[in-house]
Design a binder for this molecule. Structure first.
Ligand SMILES: Nc1ncnc2c1ncn2[C@@H]1O[C@H](COP(=O)(O)OP(=O)(O)OP(=O)(O)O)[C@@H](O)[C@H]1O
Ligand SMILES: [Mg+2]
Length: 306
């Protein structure tokens, strides 16, 4: 049995359809990432699975239980890290973890959890005195303390410094190794690539692509082209190819469905002007390339996904 089964899940708010007939399954022990732009319906989907919101129609099962009336039986077996949480900020870190711990039947130890999220040195500090990233680690601790079979994480590493992000990746990989099923949302494609066995891309409430990162890459006809230009003049004169140039500093990145013609165009332009396309690379699309081609309404190229 899949740990999570979602079929035709729909959620409307008045005239807005926030989640539109979404279907997916997450296998036992799998890590599944929901990706999508702001307002796509990720939190709504995940909060229905957590039992925090009610679906308008469709079905959801978590560990075989309908989360809308899962009650204690389900709450005991899942861990939740909401996108924004409201911990009592007068408590210190230990007290907060201990308070949440008390509501579970088979919890982890307080020290173990504090150690897992790297808050040992801050355990006696009040929550309100911690930095944003440190507070987010408490959220993570509270999601873990119940020793859940299924862990839901809504943008768990937003606000984390790079070392903390890597630390949480290790933590989540470790949990995966213990057989925990994990559903997360993230805006960081490197995070999805690192952690997720499979990803689902959701746009305007609809799943537009789903699969392993490798399957998504194989299922698109988008090719990435990247190079560096010597100066702003060259950047200004660059011909438009593919979905247009995405420029950061002197680095130019282009996604295209017609790489042969576009490369010809670009290299002819460069030779004519005597410009070197430094570090020129033509590559299979990264998850970020695929994500952008699926979600950016302004791009001319669209990934093909059947
Ligand atoms: N309680 C609510 N009442 C009305 N509309 C809502 C409510 N909650 C969410 N929405 C709307 O539903 C849509 C989906 O919101 P949701 O929070 O699921 O997006 P998201 O994919 O999690 O976005 P983000 O990446 O910004 O967190 C948005 O258009 C949002 O404005
Ligand atoms: Mg959200």
């Amino acid at each position: 049995m899949a740990a999570i089964e979602v079929a035709d899940l729909t959620k409307t708010y008045g005239s807005l359809t926030a989640v539109d007939r979404v279907s997916f399954e997450v296998a036992d022990g799998e890590v599944f990432a929901l990706l999508g732009p702001n307002g796509a319906g990720k939190s709504t989907t995940i909060e229905i699975l957590e039992g925090h919101r009610r679906a308008t129609s469709g079905t959801a099962r978590v560990l075989g239980i309908d989360p809308a009336d899962g009650g204690r039986e389900l709450r005991d077996r899942i861990g939740i890290v909401l996108q924004s949480s409201g911990i009592e900020s007068e408590l210190n870190v230990r007290e907060a973890v201990d308070l949440y711990r008390a509501s579970y039947r088979n919890p982890r130890g307080v020290d173990e959890v504090i150690d897992m999220v790297g808050l040992g040195p801050k355990q006696h500090d009040r929550v309100k005195t911690l930095s944003g990233g440190q507070q987010r680690r408490i959220d993570l601790a509270l999601g873990l303390v119940g020793n859940p079979e299924v862990l839901f994480l809504d943008e768990p590493t937003t606000g984390f410094d790079p070392a903390a992000r890597r630390g949480s990746w290790e933590l989540l990989s470790g949990l995966r190794g213990l057989g925990t099923t994990i559903v997360l949302t993230t805006h960081y494609m490197d995070e999805a690539e690192q952690l997720a066995d499979r990803v689902g891309v959701i746009v305007n409430g609809t799943i537009v692509a789903m699969g392993t990162p490798a399957e998504l890459s194989a299922g698109t006809n988008v090719t990435g082209i990247a190079f560096r230009l010597p100066d702003a003049d060259a950047i200004a004169a660059l011909p438009r190819v593919g979905d247009g140039a995405h420029i950061s500093g002197r680095l130019v990145e282009i996604r295209t469905t017609t790489p042969t013609a576009d490369l010809h165009h670009l290299t002819s332009w460069a030779i004519e002007r005597g410009v070197e396309l430094a570090d020129l690379s033509v590559h299979r699309p990264s998850l970020e390339d695929i994500y952008l081609s699926l979600t950016d309404p302004s791009t001319a190229t669209r990934a093909v996904w059947t």
